[in-house]
Design a protein around this ligand. Structure first.
Ligand code: 4AD
Ligand code: MG
Length: 472
């Protein structure tokens, strides 16, 4: 008999017909007269109830069907008597695919997320991780749909690269060299000529530089792929391997860029509310009671657009009035997450797009403010960079208008001692038919954190990579 997915079976109304469902047992309650098996197949957060008359089945076999076991159940679809469900199955035949011993690590309810991380290969079968993974899929669909509908082309930037986009030197090397027998030149430097690519290469920290090549040919592109950072930050917001979405657009200015950031992120959140209702309701109940309210709140609020210099003033006023922060915040300092959260969660109580940062704390490619820039920038000292700051998360998006002048960009590269030989191809965008353009990067897992209400970024990606963790 053809299998019906639980998500579809729960919508059936032709009571009296026979259906087959397959899945993993969430709970099995038995009494003398009747057994109830709650079955889940991952297609939805909801279980279907399989009602078993124990007198019709082998008692020993029934007893072994415990939480985690995989079974196939066929029976008559009936309207449910119990509260909270619409249909159930009066079981006529049962097939066991795989039993699950009492050592099944996801057995008990209420296990901590720390505990479950040790069993990342099994935690996917729990209600919470099922919900998070379905939402993750839906957010990927939202992203592709948004950009497709807005005329952006999906552009595949390379994962192996010889350049360091963010200039932070936090890259994982890619080599086929024998690390036990590294050849060095007279100065003791490693020789890469005979390495696979003939030069030093790494996993990319961002697809932006190649994205700019795409945007200055196709007009508007987006990349969406894995990104790697060897930063040793053991925080609930950082992964060593994460996914980033990077749109890049020709002929865009700072206002257009901020409009795009706000419109895009609202679209994704609206998509979640429309397509992930059951999973969100579950998470709202079990993980974060304010979740759905917060998501709706984002759709209703206009994001604050705040120049860095003004932000610093607000923070300093707060300090003058007695607000304590762990880290200093003088003009020129990079804001710590406590500062960002103060602005977003306490002061404005809505998302903030911070702009026009001091150039020293931002990447080399950002457009330098001049007399005409506006937005509270300081000529020659600030850049047209934007960070979108979100409640609970802090920075969710980082982007900028790009410096399109070859002269200014080259000066910046020289000032920062970025090796020019690795950058020649990037500079060609400015040399040949340069154009105003800009874009941003959204940390996909940070979006998932926000949309699910989960607290730790390790719990919104199937198999997290963090310092000292690469199991599974
Ligand atoms: O602000 P970042 O470093 O910006 C860039 O990489 C630019 N090249 C993007 C662009 O303009 N095309 O990173 C962008 C976003 C951050 O705002 C954050 O959401 C996420 O990527 N992110 C991380 N997410 C998880 N773990 C990490 N270690 C992350 N580092 C950045
Ligand atoms: Mg950033």
């Amino acid at each position: 008999m053809k299998r019906t997915k639980v998500v579809d079976a729960l919508k059936l109304t032709d009571f009296g017909s026979t259906v087959n469902v397959k899945g993993w047992v969430r709970t099995h309650r038995s009494s003398k007269a009747v057994d109830f098996i709650a079955l889940n197949d991952g297609s939805t957060i909801k279980n279907i109830q399989v009602v078993v008359d124990p007198s019709k089945f082998d008692a020993e076999m029934l007893k072994q069907i415990t939480t985690g076991s995989c079974i196939s159940a066929t029976g008559v679809l009936v309207e449910s008597q119990g509260a909270g469900q619409t249909v159930e199955i009066q079981c006529e035949s049962l097939e066991v695919y795989g039993l699950c011993g009492s050592d099944y690590p996801m057995q008990k309810k209420g296990q901590s997320f720390e505990y479950m991380r040790q069993y990342a290969h099994m935690r996917l079968r729990t209600n919470t991780f099922g919900a998070v993974m379905r939402i993750r899929h839906n957010m990927a669909m939202a992203i592709h749909t948004y950009f497709h509908e807005h005329g952006f082309f999906y552009f595949h930037s390379p994962i192996i690269t010889a350049s360091d986009c963010e200039g932070a030197g936090q890259m994982f090397q890619v080599t086929t060299k024998n690390l036990y027998d590294l050849k060095k030149d007279e100065d003791g430097k490693i020789k890469y000529d005979d390495d696979f690519f003939g030069k030093q290469t790494s996993l990319t920290v961002s697809g932006q530089l190649e994205g700019e090549l795409g945007a200055t040919a196709l007009g508007a592109i987006y990349t969406f792929g894995p990104t790697f950072r060897a930063e040793n930050s053991n925080t609930p917001r950082h992964l060593a391997e994460f996914w980033m979405v990077e749109p890049e657009v020709a002929f865009i200015d700072l206002t257009d860029l901020m409009d795009l950031e706000e419109d895009f992120i609202k679209y994704c959140i609206r998509w979640a509310l429309e397509h992930c209702q059951d999973d969100l309701e579950f998470l709202n109940k079990m993980i974060d009671k304010g979740l759905i309210e917060r998501l709706k709140g984002i759709l209703e609020s206009d994001f604050v657009r705040l120049p860095y210099t003004e932000g610093i003033k607000i923070l300093q006023d707060a300090i003058a009035k007695g607000r304590k922060f762990e880290f200093p915040c003088e003009w020129g300092d990079d804001l710590a997450s406590e500062h960002e959260r103060y602005l977003v969660e306490e002061y404005f109580k809505k998302p903030v797009i911070m702009t026009n940062y001091p150039k020293a704390i931002k990447a080399f490619y950002m457009k330098i403010d001049d007399e005409e820039s506006g937005f509270g920038g300081k000529s020659g000292q600030t850049v047209q960079g934007t960070d979108v700051l979100f409640p609970q998360i802090g920075e969710i998006i980082g982007g900028s208008v790009r410096e399109e002048s070859l002269e200014k960009l080259t000066a910046e590269i020289n000032e920062r001692h970025i090796p020019m030989k690795d950058m020649w191809w990037y500079l060609d965008t400015r040399k040949y038919g340069t154009c105003p353009h800009g874009g941003f990067g959204l940390g996909f897992e940070r979006l998932i954190l926000f949309v699910t209400g989960m607290q730790n970024i390790r719990d919104v990606i199937p198999f997290p990579r963090t310092p000292k963790t690469a199991e599974f």
